[in-house]
Design a protein around this ligand. Sequence first.
Ligand SMILES: [Zn+2]
Length: 217
Amino acid sequence: MLAEARTLAARIRRLKHPEYLRELEIYPEKRLGGDETRALVILKKVFAWSLQKLGNPVPKREWSLRIVDSTVNTPLVRYFPDSAVLEMQRKALETFREADMVVVGIHELIGHHMQESNVLAGGDHGDYYHSARTNTQEGCAMACERSLLTGPLERTGLEWQLFRLLRALEDDGVTTAWAEFPEGHRMPHAYVRQFVKDLPGTAQHYVFMTNDEFCEC
Ligand SMILES: [Zn+2]
């Protein structure tokens, strides 16, 4: 994974974010600065844009955004299948750039929300819906990132791939890689350390991926 991280970092350094991305109406490098309204505008735009790119699959449920106080003890961003709620900590709104909100929209809404809604709509998959299946859930979200973060969003996609690699390395006990790759610092290191401590092994599902038939990507 360390060799892969070096290759990714080299690719990232050769790419630039566009100053403005017309099709999503975002300034990729601009920080959100805690602006909840702006975050929701970007999420809605990304959701509609991605659905169109995927041939207009019909969402079977509505989603909503919930902003909560910051704490390193829970994930910075997460999706709750039971309530179709995308939860973000204020810390994410403070540190994320507009480009990172695009990743959140694709990962959580096009990946998790669409997949879980399809599972739920399947009716006889009640057990499947609720059981632990982190591998195909994160595999689906990552497949969506890889198919949609292309062209002017390629650098953003690679930065997040590198972030996931650094977290998986941390999970493997390789704690020295983080400092070597600032391009992959998409979440605060304290959250990464807490994540691998609370959910050992989980970070690997974002690197070694599988998928299922409920995924739209
Ligand atoms: Zn996820």
